[in-house]
Design a protein around this ligand. Structure first.
Ligand code: NAD
Length: 296
């Protein structure tokens, strides 16, 4: 019989991250499996009885994979289950980087008590003017579940899309629009594109892929989007490039102090997959995987 216990009473579906208090509870020692969202398990002593860990999400860098392998613990993630939620955030990020909707909304709020706000707006609106994404070149680095969806949607929005992924699966390749131009060298994405979006996992080989050198190759005024992982980007080099105007906007889902208050950044607190639909999809897939594994 498959039973589960929610270790976080605040969570509706029992999938919220473990806090240290909960990690220390005795209940977890009795569990056969753990289901975790994005909270880090690196500081946690893995209970001896655990047979499997399901990560309700895509990135598994919060799981101590080496320790799991040594203890014979099987690790699952939920590929693609939150891809649409992240894709919509990326498209929104691209639009917000191009149109100063945030600045315009803030300005109207500031003038809320001014009875002439309408007239004043006509004079002030120039400062919030933007550009359209149609016709611009978008580079998508990593064409997995999320990257493929972003690339396909951008094609529909009239962008010229360049994709780079040396390990693309046949399954993903079939889902991609034929209008996407496949690029063999990531350097060509850096050199050619007006917008660059990262959709690779955090690995030794991808860590710091956006560096001082790669930024130097990019077009002046490039917009960079990072909804994958913060450590893909050398944020110190990036902030310098933002200050210098080399990078026009940095849109990221990772709120580090280096970028949080930096010029021309739009930072969200890891909201990419925070939709009711993505959370349900991930929860259902993770439970299904654990059930299948434990009951067989
Ligand atoms: P995925 O595994 O489906 O796709 C990743 C792709 O990256 C694969 O196709 C792989 O071949 C490719 N890749 C690996 N190394 C590469 C390299 N050096 N250059 C180019 N491509 C490379 O994963 P996904 O579901 O698309 O998620 C991608 C990442 O997005 C996750 O690893 C996670 O870090 C992040 N993510 C963020 C959020 C969020 O809330 N912001 C939510 C989900 C996922």
């Amino acid at each position: 019989m498959f039973q589960y216990q929610c270790l976080n009473p605040i969570s509706k579906v029992g999938l919220d991250g473990f806090t240290n208090d909960y990690i220390k509870t005795e209940e977890i020692e009795k569990a056969d499996a753990i289901l975790v969202r994005s909270a880090s398990m690196h500081e946690m002593k893995l209970p001896e009885n655990i047979q499997a860990i399901a990560r309700a999400g895509a990135g598994v860098n919060n799981i101590p994979l080496k320790d799991c392998a040594e203890q014979g613990i099987v690790v699952f993630n939920t590929p693609g289950a939150n891809a649409n939620g992240v894709k919509e955030m990326v498209i929104a990020g691209m639009l917000l980087a191009s149109r100063d909707i945030v600045g315009g909304v803030e300005w109207v709020k500031q003038e809320k008590d001014n009875e002439n706000v309408g007239k004043l707006a006509e004079k002030q609106k120039k400062q919030f003017a933007g550009c359209e994404i149609k016709g611009k070149k978008l580079g998508v680095i990593g064409l997995g579940a999320i990257g493929a969806m972003v690339a396909n949607t951008a094609i529909y929005l009239g962008m010229e899309v360049y994709g780079y992924d040396p390990y693309i699966s046949v399954d993903t390749a079939w889902k991609l629009s034929r209008e996407i131009k496949h690029i063999a060298n990531v350097e060509d994405i850096f050199k050619e594109c007006d917008y660059i979006t990262l959709h690779v996992p955090l690995l030794d080989s991808t860590k710091g892929m956006i560096s001082k050198d790669s930024i130097a190759m990019m077009k002046d005024g490039v917009v960079l989007l990072n909804f994958s992982r913060d450590l893909l980007v050398d944020e110190t080099a990036l902030v310098e490039a933002l200050e210098a105007g080399k990078v026009k906007k940095y849109v990221t889902d990772f709120a580090n102090p280096t970028v949080a208050g930096a010029k021309n950044t739009l930072v969200t607190p890891h909201l990419g997959a925070s939709t009711a639909e993505s959370e349900d999809n991930c929860a259902c897939m993770a439970v299904k995987e654990l059930r299948a594994y434990l009951e067989n």
